[in-house]
Design a protein around this ligand. Sequence first.
Ligand SMILES: [Zn+2]
Ligand SMILES: [Zn+2]
Length: 86
Amino acid sequence: MRIRNFDRYYDPPEPPDFCEVCCGNSDTCICPECPICETYGDPICYTEHGLKRSIIQIVRHDNFHVLNQLTLKKEEEFFSQFPEEL
Ligand SMILES: [Zn+2]
Ligand SMILES: [Zn+2]
């Protein structure tokens, strides 16, 4: 007797909905892909794989709770204080 067990393989793994590097979720994460492990937003990649945080990643991370209170418009104003090279 054959066991039809294929369906379970079609369940995509749940992506974590919170990025520890930039504090985004799957829609708003701005982290670049790691060339070594091909994932995004893994803090290990920044300590072990040579990725560098951009200013905006740092700003978003450090101001996560503040940014949560802001509207999108205010958020744009907030980010406009920082240098353009993002
Ligand atoms: Zn991220
Ligand atoms: Zn990596």
